[in-house]
Design a protein around this ligand. Sequence first.
Ligand code: 5AD
Ligand code: SF4
Length: 456
Amino acid sequence: MSTQPLPRAPGAVTTKPRETAMNTRKIYIETYGCQMNLADTELLIGLLKPHGYESTQTVQNADVILLNTCAIREHAEERVLKRLRELMYHKARHPGVRLGLTGCMAQHHRDSLLDKAPFLDLILGPDAYRTLPALLAQGDKDEPLVSVRLDRDETYADITPVRGEGIRAWVTIMRGCDKFCTFCIVPYVRGRERSVPLTALLDQVRVLADQGYKEVVYLGQTVNAYRDGEHDFADLLRQTAGIDGIERIRFTSPHPSDMSEHVIEAMATCAKVAPYLHLPLQSGSNSVLERMERGYTIEHYTALVERLRSAIPELSLSTDIIVGFPSEDEADFQATYDLMAEIRYDSAFMFKYSAREGTKAYKWEETVSEQEKGRRLQAIIALQERISGDVNQQAIGQTVDVLIEGPAKRPAGWLAGKNGQFKTVVFPGNGQQPGSVVPVRVISATAHTLIGEAFR
Ligand code: 5AD
Ligand code: SF4
């Protein structure tokens, strides 16, 4: 029997839990996709903890193995299927092990997964996590256990996630999405929009501050659509800013249509709310935006960026772009390229369109070849690299406040953290502790990192 650990799939993230009490059953969770999934993994561990489970970092130790998955693009799903095949061999060698698939891909392929991966013991959608302890308690069954009901009311507000180490806590404030962009699978796999009550969130953040967390990142598919009765997202930001111990507040991902004046004012006036905004554009062409059913035009979007930049002068902006959407022609693509050059984002996440079964756009003919999608993607990546490099060069000579996260990957002895604009800053350490905020003078920069020297 091999004792070699199975290789982790590239890009997969294993959540490191804080120390937990002595328990007997061990769970290993590999997380794919976005921050919401990482937060859901912490939630799954939190759900299982009272039932005698603790998390482990190695497959070899695990009684239960879960892949918490993403369905946003085909590539994400292919990686999971490849990993599942590896785990199938592990399960064959360790018959007592239960292997499950959770999250968006489980929901998306609930009907076909058992054909593709008949060795799975569990299939659990994002609104069905509460059923996990009971399903595991049922013992070994020949038939796989499937729980994929979407639930308009499920917010998991009463569950305490078991969070990873560090100074940053991810807090899911709303789940699901009502926007139904024509390319996107999220509303189908995560269900309709619903928010966690404001008081539950504030209570949770007070506990996090007491536990020593310094930064809170609010999460939701359209995070600024948050609502609890009379209270909107701006109220949540303002009230969070009043909690002692929390130094920084960020959030992801807002939707441009929900970026109200109220929210902009809260960002501009609350010193703790980071001057950083991820504002997905998707395309710089109005006809593509219309077919995507994004709900805004380029004119709306650029006016919003202007308003944000005048209210928050130091604002750092990032975005999401999709190239090769059905019927995106050369002129549409050029409009995206030109708009990115005009807005000059600090950074961008750029993707080739991937048709997702079940979405509106899935039925439309793909008019852009894979090769052409690749060319368009490379062109905007090169553009963004130049812009990010130029923007970061402008920081040279400035002093920035860095919230220290821990040792830098390299060189040895250096520390790494983020400034308020969510840029990675590395500098030679001088005994400063993670969680402290130190002024650092930027002395050089790359497209992705600011390099500095600390004053103290
Ligand atoms: N193809 C490519 N990219 C997609 N995204 C969402 N759905 C798709 C898809 N079908 C991108 C969008 C979104 C980000 C999270 O993923 O840019 O903002
Ligand atoms: Fe998907 Fe659009 Fe909802 Fe974002 S807003 S999760 S892209 S449907």
